[in-house]
Structures are given as structure tokens and as C-alpha cells.
Design a protein around this ligand. Sequence first.
Ligand SMILES: [Ca+2]
Length: 227
Amino acid sequence: MKTKILALVVILAFGSSFNSQAQKLKKFGSSIEKKIGPKTIKVPYTDVVSYMGYAATGNEDEVKDGKKFYYIYVWVPAVAPELGVRMMSPVGKTKIKKATQSEAYTKNAKSSDYFDTYITLERSDIISKDNISVEAAKNANWITLERNDDSSEMPKQPSGSSYNSLLRYKSEASNPTKALTVGLYRIGFTTYKTGEVKGTFLAEVAAPIKLPGVVMAKTIEDLKKGL
Ligand SMILES: [Ca+2]
């Protein structure tokens, strides 16, 4: 009897510690709010593209202001009213339907490494998919539309800190430089602090309307394959 109770206590203790570490990712809510009874909820984005990757030493795409930047490229084929971007690290046990998984992610899916995410949403001056190339992306004029370091809407990291990131960007139709027009965008991700970045991550780009033909990929080569 004693051993049985002890076993139960052990299971309960472990069970609760797993629960406290589990990252529960909520539905990605847009800036459109709706009242349901006494509650106001953010209406979830209807079109979400998910990408799982693994950041490791030496595979950054660019060093900017002393920060190692990694990029995910996004082709937006239609004018979008709003875009949401969010990112969390590590992926942990989070399951996402239809997420694209990079080779680096599948090789390191069990890694417990994670990092303090920081995201930017940038737009290039490339507006035709025929003009997308590695060279063109490198030489394009990139404008940062929005950035985010820490969001309390995201699950906490295993350290207990709310260091994951989320941003929503609303198109300003009256201002051509701030409108979400057709074109090549990228999400820049790095750490708040300068230095190495290592760990698994989940990145999502979302729109409140179905945007057929949105392609998201880690590299321009892979993006072109999906166009
Ligand atoms: Ca952060």
C-alpha cells in the first residue's frame, strides 16, 4: 500500500511539473474584437501559415547592429488588411496542423534549447514574383513596418519569462508606404541581447481573410519552389 501511494505521489509530482513547463499556444487572435456575453475576444485569424525551424550557431543570415538575424521570407499575393506575426521558442510539445518543418528542425526537434525571440516585419520593394531571386532579395530595399520583443499574449518560456513575440500590423490604405500591398516580405528574428541564437522555434504569419498563394520559406530558393 505504501509503495502504491508513493508511486502515485511521484506520478502526480512529475505530472504537475510537466504541466507547468508545457507551452500552451492559444489561437492566433486578430485585432478585430467581438463581444461574446460579458467577454471581449479577439477574432482568430482565418489564414495562418506556420513554420518550424531551428536556429544554430553560424547559420544566421545577416549580422545587423551586432545582432545575428535569421529571416523567413513571405510572398503576399494579394492586398492584405492586416498581418499578424508571432514567434515562440522552443517549439516543445506544441503541435500545429500543416506546419512546414525545416530539415534543421526535424533533426533537432527534441532539443530543449530556446532563445529570447525578437521579431520584425519587413517589406521589400519587390512587387512581382517574377523578380524574386537570391540576389534581388539581398539588394532589395527593406523597410521595417513593425517589431516586437516580448508579448504577454504568448506562452511563457521554460525560464518562466514572457520573452516570446507577437505583432499585428494593420494596413493603412491612405498611406502607400504603410499599406500591406502585394510583395515580398520577411520576418526577421533574433534575440533581444546581442550574441548567439540557438534553439527550436515556431513562426506564424496570419491574415484575417484567406489569402490563396501565400508562401513562407526560410530561404529564397525554397520560397521560389512554392510559388
Ligand atoms: Ca523577446
